[in-house]
Design a protein around this ligand. Structure first.
Ligand code: B1M
Length: 208
């Protein structure tokens, strides 16, 4: 059944995905395994897009199918929402509308007791800086999925520095094209390869 879920995402089957997820949950499958299968489906869709087998419409419906599936799955993944571990401002950088990874990070943070201010997608340097001024988070988290948008992260860090906000705001970055090395280059405090690592590193940053 997990294969069907992965295939439904990869094939952008927005009609059946909710029912498939629900019936797997009813059958007692681990929600985290279902999430893995859904993410695997997206990865395969991305590979097909990368090699020219799929085109933009396929990418769009795969993203929609993932969101439909998450609507059913999310309540089953939630852990404790109690407690205030800290405040995180989260968003994707300018020109980037990939929401799914960022949403997973935000979701796990909330489940771990963090307050999350989600700036959603396509945030300019100015928008990030204004949000840091307004909300005074412990951590700013930025996500980028495109090699053409990742450079925006460095610009945000420079702007925070210029505004005197860098000292009190830790910065973590994530997303497909970025790496530990890139994080070092642009002066971020941390990099995370996935959402679970993201939450762990944010906890470490807040504890420092
Ligand atoms: Co896009 N897309 N896309 N896309 N898309 C990729 C990223 C791509 C790799 C596909 C490919 O070519 N194989 C490619 C990027 C190539 C590159 O730059 N290197 C690509 C492209 C080219 C594009 C367009 C330019 C296509 C076009 O128009 N010609 C276009 C750009 C749009 C824009 O942003 N301006 C585009 C559009 C789209 C859709 C809108 C159709 C759709 C997104 C829908 C949505 O998000 N609501 C989409 C999708 C679905 C994908 C793929 C298939 C899946 C992305 C995803 O959600 N993955 C993707 C291929 C792939 O990644 N395999 C692809 C699942 C998600 C859970 O993983 O986001 O990596 P990810 O997040 C992970 C980690 O990276 C990490 O944790 C998450 C969970 O473990 N993480 C963080 C992420 N952010 C973090 C932040 C943290 C910590 C960890 O701390 C703050």
């Amino acid at each position: 059944m997990l294969t069907s879920i992965s295939d439904a995402i990869c094939n952008g089957n927005t009609y059946d995905i909710a029912e498939l997820v629900q019936s797997d949950l009813d059958a007692g499958n681990d929600p985290h395994e279902l999430l893995k299968a859904m993410t695997d489906g997206l990865d395969r869709c991305g590979q097909k897009f990368g090699c020219g087998e799929y085109f933009l419409p396929e990418l769009i419906v795969a993203g929609e199918a993932f969101t439909e599936g998450m609507n059913i799955l999310e309540p089953h993944l939630v852990g404790s929402t109690m407690g205030q571990e800290g405040k995180v401002v989260l968003g994707t950088v300018a020109g980037d509308v990939h929401t799914i990874g960022k949403n997973l990070v935000g979701f796990l943070l909330k489940s771990s007791g963090f307050e999350v201010i989600d700036l959603e997608t396509d945030n300019s340097v100015e928008k990030f800086v204004q949000a840091v001024k307004k909300f005074q988070p412990d951590v700013l988290g930025m996500s980028a999925l495109l090699t053409t948008t990742m450079e925006g992260m460095g610009n945000v860090i420079k702007a925070l520095d210029k505004e005197g906000l860098r000292e009190r705001t830790k910065v973590i970055i994530g997303g497909g094209p970025v790496s530990e090395k890139f994080a070092e280059q642009i002066g971020a405090d941390a990099y995370a390869a996935d959402a679970v690592e993201g939450v762990r590193k944010i906890k470490e940053l807040v504890a420092k």
